[in-house]
Design a protein. Sequence first.
Length: 256
Amino acid sequence: MTALLGILIGAVFLVTTLAAAAIRILREYERGVVFRLGRLIGDKGPGLIILIPVIDRMVRVDLRTVTLNIPPQEVITRDNVPARVNAVCYFHVVSANSAIVDVEDYLLATSQISQTTLRSVLGKADLDTLLAERERLNEDLQRIIDEQTEPWGVKVTTVEIKDVEIPQAMQRAMARQAEAERGRRAKIINAEGEFQAAEKLSDAAAIMARNPGTLQLRYMQTLLELGVNQSSTIVFPVPVDLITPLISAAGDGGGR
């Protein structure tokens, strides 16, 4: 009786072990690449997967987007400026079979190809392009990396340059250049303002030359503006052309 009980317990244990080895449950974002005696059967999942114990082997593959931080890379730009650049790469597996069969470690391989591509692409750009045209550089990086990882079943969706570090001496030189550029623009704006003001004054002078009465009205307006001030004494010149008509009118009136 004891021996029979031991056999039953052993049989239950064996069945449980085989069932545990044969049954796999894959989540919605997972796929299982199944090998039977070393030969690729295909990818399975999601859900319940039944394997043949000892004969079948399954490798899980995560299909979710992976955020890969590309470590800082030392780059020499096209105009011979040293820079330290890091970036981030977003990718996901689109073919579980290729990601397992065609490359030993697709995560490591994608990381390495991203680093080398980052150095290669940014080394062909000058510093101004690196600082001002990141969108175009990001697109170039994404396209090149995606072309190289496509045979591995990996789809690169986005590559973003995060930080660009340049030497302190170069930063100071760029600051001086930016300051000089702002000064140049300020001088140009002032010169344009002076030119426009001179044109308006020339037009006003031409109008006053054709209409002498306009000059007298302008002079009277100036006197009114001066009268608004609280000064006790105002000294101003009186143009002879302005008072001559008044003197003449007074003389004519006295004669009559």
